[in-house]
Design a binder for this molecule. Structure first.
Ligand SMILES: Nc1nc2c(ncn2[C@@H]2O[C@H](COP(=O)(O)OP(=O)(O)OP(=O)(O)O)[C@@H](O)[C@H]2O)c(=O)[nH]1
Ligand SMILES: [Mg+2]
Length: 718
């Protein structure tokens, strides 16, 4: 393969709703560039992009795929992404590796949920966007409606470059209002014949051309001046304006294609190679030292890994983009995330699972590496001496969780290894080995996401597993103060044990001051603080341990043992065995025995005194509360809110954003099980949501009773 210089490379992400034709478009792009000799189809299960078994089984893209094509002496790197929102990880990471998003819209349906979602992903990272209306050969093609929806949803920056002459079955011609020519295609598509615009289309074409010229002029002040002076712009000036408009997201140009019949693809590729932004047009990456890394070929090589995958017979593959320097085979680099030295022994460019060995790659280009020791998604590789990293991919928070268990215990180790590989390939699947819940929790983007993961475990890794509802990480605390004395005494045979502890516990809140005196009935206890230890608990919250011993009733050397005993109980709260938090303990009195007192005695005395006091201190269960933000179409808002109320949710606010309503609520995690599935069924898949841990809060009385009952039932079973 030819070596492409930075200015000969374009990088695009294919975005769009599931079924809008991204994979079919990618196939046509590869075919037009001569990268494949035959065009595969989704039904034929032979596209370059959807090559994995699960993709053949489902007829959908599941992972992002790195591809390339060559057109007019330029190389276009293409990342085909999955349209289903459960697999958004592939979309988000692809946008980090490309300079422009090309979004397909199924002309039968117009703007769909996935169109909106992907638009937002591109918007969030300020990526330029080209719109491709696809499927114009379909009998239900409705271009006008699609265009109206695009303008309505994405605003006045949507601008036609083309329109179809004869959409529907038999579709074969497009009017291009930039070139002011008609492109007409034979049955096999490919290279269109360039013809003059027929007389009956002239007026419409001229009107749209004028609109395009005006929009191009708007993109640049000097063009605007030329436009006012000359009343029009030359083709070169229009192109300059369009390129600038695209770059600043002031323009979302619209193209018309039938990917299935390979119509309009040649012109789209032509436009991408000339007008779409390239690596050097976009802001240069800033490294972790705050320095701009210029795409300079004489600078030391620096690359960023945006995707890792595991391929049959090969193992791990890392896909990267060159940020700076010339990357050549056999150079030594350092992974600056973990300081591991790596050798770039084999350099590839990829089209799906086909890899082509190349000797060198220039800044902006995308390549792949095999046989690295310890490198994965989000890592930076630098020539030794440069120790910076790049800002990582901002993957979304997980939304769906299940507890997973191998059906056979003998598979436990294998399952662990498989889950690590699954996470490597898809960082939006997060594996948590919860010591607290005694479960392996898998976090993902939705029920379908985790069902696909199970398919992999069953069919690829051959590990039968069960999914169970995950336990909730409850906490326990107290709501009032209580006092307890405990004497631990053992004097039968051998060395004796003796320790007596008197303590008071009270709820702790940040910033509250210590007690100086406590009254229990007629008893009045004076407290003078001698020492205090504020412990940040690993599971959140605090334990404040206050030494108020006077007159040496307990030796200072026994105080750590008492704390140890208390901590044992903090780890297994008395109500449900959950961690306890936010408690202040005052040890103010006790007794020792001159011979029998030792650490064990005080540990046990401390533990039991604390446990007794805890039970009398109005113990309460706390549950995790999540901040939930839901974007819902206005017509479904009422249903979504009443569903939230049924989940003990509290709506905190509502606001409108274009055609969506944004609901902010706080909802207990215990009520969010399978929420993504429920929300999808209420809204026909038209809503999006994100959730984030907010705080722990007391559960209502009836919920507390139910949780305690369930805990005891489970204890009995085990
Ligand atoms: N009639 C017609 N059908 C098309 C066209 N492009 C794609 N299709 C069909 O639409 C279906 C979906 O196409 P894909 O290419 O898999 O769509 P996708 O956007 O990659 O979908 P996901 O991978 O699920 O995101 C397939 O059956 C294609 O054959 C087209 O231009 N015309
Ligand atoms: Mg696809």
């Amino acid at each position: 393969m030819k070596t492409y210089q930075t200015d000969q490379i374009k990088n695009i992400s294919l975005l769009g709703n599931s079924g809008s034709g991204k994979t079919t478009l990618a196939e046509a792009m590869l075919f037009n560039g001569g990268v494949v000799e035959r065009r595969g189809t989704i039904d034929g299960k032979n596209t370059v992009s959807d090559y994995r078994p699960i993709e053949h089984e489902n007829g959908n893209s599941i992972y992002s795929t790195v591809l390339y094509t060559e057109f007019q002496n330029k190389k276009i790197n293409i990342i085909d992404t999955p349209g289903l929102d459960d697999f958004c990880g592939g979309v988000i990471s692809s946008l980090y590796a490309t300079d422009c998003a090309v979004m397909t819209i199924n002309v039968q349906n117009g703007v769909e949920v996935g169109t909106e979602i992907h638009f937002r992903h591109a918007e969030k990272v300020h990526k330029p966007l080209i719109l491709v209306v696809n499927g114009l050969d379909h009998e239900k093609s409705n271009f006008e409606k699609t265009l109206e929806m695009l303008k309505d949803r994405f605003g006045g920056n949507v601008i036609l470059i083309q329109y179809p002459v004869n959409e529907g079955v038999g579709f074969n011609a497009i009017i291009d209002v930039l070139k002011m020519k008609m492109f007409q295609y034979s049955k096999d598509g490919g290279a269109g014949k360039i013809l003059d615009i027929p007389a009956d289309q002239k007026t419409k074409a001229e009107e749209l051309h004028a609109a395009l010229v005006e929009k191009a002029a708007e993109a640049d002040e000097s063009l605007m001046e030329l436009f006012f002076t000359n009343d029009t712009l030359t083709e070169d000036e229009i192109r300059k304006g369009i390129a600038k408009g695209i770059l600043t997201r002031g323009m979302f140009p619209v193209f018309c294609v039938s990917s299935k019949n390979n119509i309009g693809i040649d012109r789209l590729l032509d436009f991408i190679t000339t007008e779409a932004p390239s690596f050097t047009d976009m802001p240069a990456p800033v490294n972790s030292k705050g320095n701009v890394v210029k795409p300079d070929i004489s600078a030391p090589a620096s690359l960023y890994v945006f995707k890792s995958s595991i391929e049959e017979h090969i193992g791990e593959i890392n896909y990267f983009r060159v940020y700076s320097g010339k990357v050549t085979e056999n150079i030594d680099v350092v992974n600056t995330n973990n300081s591991v030295k790596e050798r770039l022994s084999q350099l590839y460019v990829c089209a799906g699972k086909n890899r082509i060995r190349v000797p060198e790659l220039f800044p902006g280009d995308i390549g792949a590496l095999v046989k690295l020791k310890n490198t994965k998604t989000d890592h930076t590789l630098n020539v030794p001496g440069n120790d910076w990293r790049y800002k990582g991919v901002d993957f979304p928070e997980p939304k769906f969780r299940v507890a997973i268990k191998a059906q056979s215990e003998s598979d436990d180790e294998k399952l662990g290894e498989a889950l690590n590989k699954i996470h490597l390939e898809d960082p939006t699947i997060i594996i948590e080995y919860s010591k607290e819940l005694k479960q392996i929790i898998v976090h993902g983007q939705g029920e379908y996401h985790l069902n696909i993961m199970k398919w992999h475990l069953d069919n690829i890794y051959k590990i039968p597993t069960n999914y169970n509802p995950p336990r909730i990480p409850y906490r326990e605390t107290i709501t009032k103060s209580a006092q307890a004395d405990y004497r631990h005494k053992k004097q039968s045979g051998g060395a004796g044990q003796f320790g007596e502890v008197h303590l008071i516990i009270e709820p702790y809140t940040e910033g509250s001051s210590e007690l100086t005196m406590m009254k229990f009935g007629t008893k009045e206890i004076k407290l003078s603080v001698r020492a205090k230890d504020e412990i940040d608990l690993d599971w959140g919250g605090k334990l404040v341990y206050v030494n108020c011993i006077v007159g040496g009733s307990i030796d200072a050397r026994f105080m750590p043992a008492i704390l140890k005993g208390i901590m044992e109980k903090m780890e297994i709260g008395p109500l449900t065995g959950s961690y306890a938090r936010d408690i202040r303990v005052y040890v103010y009195d006790g007794k020792m025995h001159p011979v029998d007192s030792n650490e064990i005695s005080f540990r046990l005395a401390g533990r039991n005194a604390f446990s007794q006091a805890f039970k009398n201190a109005g113990p309460k269960i706390l549950e995790p509360i999540y901040d939930v933000e839901i974007m819902v179409p206005s017509d479904r808002m009422g249903d979504v809110i009443s569903d939230l109320q049924g989940r003990r949710g509290m709506v905190l606010g509502m606001s409108s954003e274009k055609r969506f309503e944004v609901i902010k609520a706080r909802v207990p995690l215990a009520e969010m099980n399978k929420y993504s599935t429920a929300l999808s069924s209420i809204t026909g898949g038209r809503a999006m949501y994100a959730m984030k841990f907010l705080e722990y809060a007391q559960v209502p009385g009836e919920v507390q009773d139910a949780v305690i009952k369930a805990y005891h039932e489970e204890e009995e079973e085990e």
